[in-house]
Ligand binder design. Structure first.
Ligand code: ZN
Length: 375
């Protein structure tokens, strides 16, 4: 397969073509270098790395916690919006429900034969979080339990764990998880600035939906947000323009070199307004927001193609930086070096966009996906 257009490579835009081999890898990229401005002003398609979303609860009416085939449907829906890799993200729930979700995810993690986003593994969001910062998580919070993590890891690959570090024994937990090769993110946390700094020193390396469900920044009490802005290399942000004010997003992008976009998307993503489930809870999608009955934001209906458009068209980022923040940084964070970049030998995870950043085509590991045009 060959795609022609302005191809964004790690060295900048190339006006030419990208060749994809039968194994789903990039066979070569040929053409002449051009500036980002020339690429943006041309009528030729823009060819960028596929999006990578490390925080996905659902989409297309299905929720990861349903187990079984739900995760496959979620991966298909997000692929139609340009996401070529994702982490299936669990809710805070009793162990039995986590086990059943992970049993549904596990067989999909090694499969490359579907026109869907590749599931790189699991993001365990809780249950080791602070009861006072649940956000939309149901209250199945419990103290960190290493044996439970080991049991869950035996079912499916856990790549990332969101934890509140200020709880008793949780700094040791951060250390144990990081030492075992998992990324540890601070989130759903009542911790102070000092707790965040200490957790980073013990091996935590990111922040879960920065600003949301954590202590905010005050100039005499900088909180967990302050710890992130002062020290983090990586952090998630949800750029749906509902979870975080655009000004606060700008603060994050200016402070945190590799801050990257996630959707925190629910079953309502890619679906019309109406009632959906988020884990065991009922949520309602209305006017672009997904909320519990009391009005609390409960994940999003964001998709990554819209995240890219918001970064460029609302926040004013250049396309090179925006692409890094919807793809490359997340790949680097998970130490996945053959995704999130268009270069020879990498997986052919590709989005093709028009000048207004609507999707024209999506290729996931060399397979064509039915892309959804922007609404
Ligand atoms: Zn979440």
């Amino acid at each position: 397969m060959q795609l022609k257009g302005h191809v964004l490579t790690p060295a900048g835009f190339i006006d030419g073509e990208i060749a994809i081999d039968a194994g789903g890898r990039i066979a070569g990229i040929r053409g002449e270098p051009v500036t980002e401005r020339v690429a943006r002003e041309s009528a030729a398609p823009l060819i960028l790395p596929g999006f990578i979303d490390l925080h996905v609860h659902g989409g297309g009416g299905r929720d990861i916690m349903e187990g079984g085939e739900a995760a496959a449907k979620v991966a298909e829906l997000h692929a139609r919006h340009g996401t070529t890799s994702l982490l299936a993200t669990t809710m805070t729930a009793p162990e039995g429900e986590l086990v059943s979700a992970l049993r549904g995810i596990a067989p999909l993690c090694d499969r490359s034969d579907r026109a869907a986003a590749r599931i790189l593994g699991v993001h365990l969001e809780g249950p080791y979080i602070h009861r006072g910062k649940l956000g939309a998580q149901p209250d199945h919070v419990r103290p960190f339990d290493w044996t439970e993590v080991q049991r869950l890891r035996g079912i499916a690959p856990i790549r990332l764990v969101t934890i509140a570090p200020e709880l008793p024994g949780h700094l040791e937990a951060v250390q144990a998880l990081a030492t075992a090769g998992m990324r540890v993110q601070i989130g759903h946390s009542f911790g102070r600035y000092e707790d965040g700094v200490e957790a980073l020193a013990r091996g935590a390396s990111g922040f879960t939906h920065l600003f949301n469900a954590m202590t905010g920044l005050h100039h005499r009490e900088p909180g967990m947000v302050g710890a992130a802005l002062a020290h983090a290399q990586y952090a998630e942000v949800i750029p749906d323009l509902l979870h975080v004010h655009p000004g606060a997003l700008r603060v994050a992008l200016r402070s945190i070199p590799c801050a990257y976009c996630v959707t925190d998307s629910t079953a309502a993503a890619g679906m019309p307004d109406g009632p959906y489930r988020l884990g065991g809870q009922r949520v309602n999608k209305c006017l672009g927001g997904v909320r519990l009955a009391d009005g609390t934001l409960a994940g999003s209906s964001l998709t990554m193609d819209q995240a890219l458009r918001n970064m460029v068209q609302v926040l004013g980022l250049g396309l090179v930086e925006a692409s890094q923040r919807v793809s490359t940084h997340a790949a680097d964070y998970l130490c996945v070096r053959d995704r999130g970049r268009l270069e020879t030998g990498a997986w052919a995870d590709v989005v093709v966009l028009s000048r207004d950043l609507s999707l024209i085509a999506v290729i996931a590991q060399g397979r064509r996906v039915d892309a959804v045009a922007a609404s």
